[in-house]
Structures are given as structure tokens and as C-alpha cells.
Design a protein around this ligand. Sequence first.
Ligand code: PRP
Ligand code: URA
Length: 209
Amino acid sequence: MGKTVIMDHPLVQHKVSLLRNKNTGTKEFKELVSELATLLCYEATRDLPTEEVEIETPIAVAKTHILSGRKLALVPILRAGLGMVDGMLVLLPAAKVGHIGMYRNEETLEPVEYYCKLPQDIAEREVIVLDPMLATGGSAIDAVTQIKKRGVKSIKFIGIIGAPEGLAKLQEAHPDVDIYLAALDEKLNENGYIVPGLGDAGDRIFGTK
Ligand code: PRP
Ligand code: URA
């Protein structure tokens, strides 16, 4: 079973509180999503492999470590996942970015895929799937399935708020995927929204409602 980390760092909790507030406007909301992505990225990359190298400092030779192993790819689930990309690239500037477009059918809550463009060499990369909301889990599960079909062996999921129902479904469908969240909420409501959540992440990031 992959690991699940709910980040309890004070900065993360503070920023999630601001994000939840219905009076937080589009500009601040977008900035907070990006900042949270950076903080979650820091935690989710804790286990990246490193190798020892020798570097000449102005004073002496230092035995020190650099990243080794597979290169990375980020895959935001459109639309809301897009809001996390720049914050991730702050720490991972060399990562390639693929996109998976999905929306939830409002009645069935089933995800409908409308776009998929992934880096050609994705099978050789470690992939991090991004979506601020893990509600029923349908979108994340389908995105990971699509990515696995391309031969990817190592996948992580980074979200901001999760519901227990969606977390359990993602863990069950893809037990090999490590999951990082900033908060785990109480439940889903009858419309598939996370309670208390933050509302519709895509609409709040892009100001569409
Ligand atoms: C939202 C959110 C996730 C999905 C989560 O997207 O950004 O992608 O719902 O729900 P699930 O876990 O039940 O699948 P939405 O369908 O609203 O599309 P949008 O991002 O384009 O607004
Ligand atoms: N998608 C959102 O944007 N918010 C929710 O609460 C659930 C799904």
C-alpha cells in the first residue's frame, strides 16, 4: 500500500483556512493554491533518490548530494489542477507537464475525459498528478489509470482537500500511489461536494462563477 500523508504543517493549515473562506477572492485564491502546491511538493519529494558527488567550493572539496534517478512529469487534471502547476515548478523547474482534461457529469458525478496530452517519454518518468479536490475520487482514479496505460511505473497524487470517500476509493483502485493532501474533510454532500471543503475549486481559481 502506498502512503497517505495529510500535511499538518502550520503554514499549510493557515493557508487552507484562508482558501476555505468564501470571502477570499479569485486573485488571493489562486495565489494560495499555488503556495500550497509548493509546500505539498516539498513533502511529496522527500523520498526522491540522491547520489553523492564531489563539488569544489571556493574553500575545499565537499562531498554532497544531488538528485538522481528518474526525471519527473507533472500532470494537472483540468481545470483546477492547472492552478497547482506553477507552484510545483518553483521547486521542480525541469519537470515536464502533461494535461488531462476531465469534468464531472453533474448528475452521475462520473468523470468525463475530454483531453489528454502527455509527454512522449512519460513511461521513463516519475509522475505527479495534481488536482486540488479529491471528492468521489473518480477523476483522480481515471487520470492515474490513463497514465498507467502509458507504462508509467511510479505515480504520486497531490491534492489540497480530500473527502474520506474519495481517499478510500483512490487507495483501493491504485494502492501503489502515494497520496499527499493538505486536509482531509468530513464527508461529501448529496451533490458530491466536499463538506466543509472550499466550494468549486475550478470556478474559484478561474472566476467563472
Ligand atoms: C472538480 C475538481 C476535480 C473533481 C473532483 O473538477 O477539480 O477534478 O471535480 O471530483 P471527483 O473526485 O468527484 O472526481 P470539475 O469536474 O468541477 O471540473 P473543473 O475543474 O473543470 O471545474
Ligand atoms: N470539485 C470541487 O471543485 N469541489 C468539491 O467540493 C468537489 C469537487
